[in-house]
Design a protein around this ligand. Structure first.
Ligand SMILES: [Zn+2]
Length: 208
């Protein structure tokens, strides 16, 4: 077993374990041990996240910033909302809602149309619409584009990993990380995105 693997084995033992750091350090080397301990920190953070995640609390706190899943693929309710809007806003609103909710909807919206439509969107929709606008028609278009929109819409604006639904936390992560990008995206909350990046960015030691 390599020094780094030994260090990882040590770092992943429960903190109550009697294994003594001072005995391990000379055999595996300080750099390997420090790296392994950093991994342990992220490992603990993800466990903590899973244990503290309580969807019912979340819904009470942030209902305004969660998108209801019943809105997806529902052209009839889009038309109802469009009819309720002033005539001069209808076209833009139809475009924005189709982009948000229909898998066959448009893949971008102009800034002017978004401005008109925004007045008739709810708070969660405004957050998502602006987030997607920047990535499909704004300054981040060349890094994201339609694939990013498709991923976010297919995930119904929830984290694909832990299902966290507060839209303010959403990120679009490259599948496979930066190094081996497929050009496909997944929709993750900020925590899962950070964990995902660490996993893809770290050069973990190969097994012997
Ligand atoms: Zn998540």
């Amino acid at each position: 077993m390599s020094a780094e693997n030994r260090a990882f084995s040590y770092a992943l033992t429960p903190s109550s374990s009697p294994i003594n750091r001072n005995l391990i350090a000379p055999t595996v080397g300080e750099p390997a041990l420090r790296k392994a301990t950093r991994c342990r920190f992220w490992y603990d953070s993800s466990i903590h996240l899973q244990m503290s995640f309580n969807p019912s609390n979340l819904l009470n706190i942030t209902t305004d910033l969660i998108i209801n899943t019943s809105r997806f693929e529902d052209s009839a309710s889009i038309e109802t909302r469009v009819k309720d809007a002033p005539e001069e806003s209808r076209d833009a609103l139809r475009g924005a809602l189709s982009l948000l909710y229909l898998s066959e909807g448009p893949t971008n919206i102009s800034g002017e149309r978004l401005k008109v439509a925004e007045q008739h969107l709810d708070p969660a929709e405004r957050v998502v619409a602006r987030w997607l606008y920047t990535r499909t028609n704004g300054r981040l278009k060349k890094h994201y584009g339609p694939n990013a929109l498709h991923a976010a819409r297919a995930a119904q604006y929830r984290c694909e990993s832990c299902k966290f639904a507060d839209v303010r936390t959403l990120n679009l992560a490259l599948v496979g990380g930066r190094k081996s990008s497929t050009g496909e995206f997944k929709c993750l909350c900020a925590n899962c995105h950070a964990i995902n990046s660490r996993v893809n960015d770290w050069d973990l030691p190969a097994a012997e």
